[in-house]
Design a binder for this molecule. Structure first.
Ligand code: SF4
Ligand code: SF4
Length: 261
């Protein structure tokens, strides 16, 4: 799809759904007592963000290569070349999510951002006149006729829903990913080698840690000893560093790390 085509389809999505402004409420609940419970976990085009992959991989106790091979389809972001993952639905007629078991979610505590955010949609863009990395968001309600959750009594604002669904940490990492994609769209398409580097930094923190450990490459970057140790110990810290590293190596700019000397 061309960038114009993408912009048109994004705008169509925004036009077709009701915006939920800060403080406005919507009624919704999803639980085993709802008539349609579990019915929506199939035939989905479900994008996995880097932080989704980190959490799901940890939940399934797989190394990143095995996880991506077993559970994900990989493609390249049009016009950018940044790798994009989506959850591979089961190859049966029903095309159920691989984590849907007897109507329940086997990875509920680590379910992806899209599953947490539904029935809301969140669109973000760089904040006009804002500092680097600052974004503004618009929230939408996605009312689908098959979803009976809207007949439930619980009331939410977008903020209380996001909080209830544990989305703060997901949105923080996802906003960095979207910010990186937006900056790369302006910078031009990645080479094949750069696409490989991006895949390693974004979706394979275990391999990324091993790469930096064996090459002693972290020692050539100006950062505190505490951060260096955290990157090699903690996958969240490693993913956060991965964004900094891609901004430095692909865009030549980040205020968070720089080569020594
Ligand atoms: S269709 Fe709506 S209420 Fe039913 S299981 Fe899916 S999200 Fe929950
Ligand atoms: S990850 Fe869980 S909530 Fe999301 S589609 Fe699969 S079974 Fe449903």
């Amino acid at each position: 799809m061309t960038d114009q085509g993408k912009t048109d389809s994004s705008q169509r999505f925004l036009d077709e759904h009701e915006e939920l402004r800060p403080g406005q409420q919507f009624r919704f609940a999803c639980h085993p007592g709802v008539r349609c419970f579990g019915a929506c976990c199939s035939a989905l085009n479900l994008m996995l963000t880097p932080y989704d992959v980190l959490r799901l991989r940890r939940a399934t106790k797989q190394n990143s290569r095995t996880f991506v091979h077993e559970y994900a389809d990989m493609s390249a972001m049009p016009g950018v070349g940044l790798p994009i993952l989506s959850l591979h639905m089961q190859e049966t007629d029903a095309k159920r999510c691989p984590f849907s078991t007897h109507g329940a979610c086997a990875v509920y505590a680590d379910r992806p951002s899209a599953c947490r955010t539904y029935p809301l949609g969140r669109a973000t863009r760089p904040k006009a006149g804002g500092a680097a990395g600052e974004i503004e968001e618009q929230i939408f309600v996605i009312r689908e006729p098959h979803c009976k959750g809207f007949e439930e009594a619980s009331e939410w604002s977008s903020a209380s829903w996001m909080d209830d669904q544990g989305l703060t940490v997901y949105n923080t990492f996802n906003d960095r990913y979207m910010g990186l994609a937006a900056a790369l769209r302006e910078a031009g398409r990645l080479s094949q080698q750069q696409t490989g580097m991006a895949g390693l930094a974004l979706y394979q923190p275990d391999d990324f840690q091993r790469f930096f450990m064996s090459a002693h490459a972290l020692e050539r970057l100006d950062m505190s000893d505490e951060r260096r140790a955290a990157i090699l110990r903690d996958e969240e810290a490693c993913l956060d560093f991965g964004f900094d590293w891609l901004e430095l190596t692909l865009l030549g700019k980040t205020d968070k790390i720089s080569p020594k000397g």
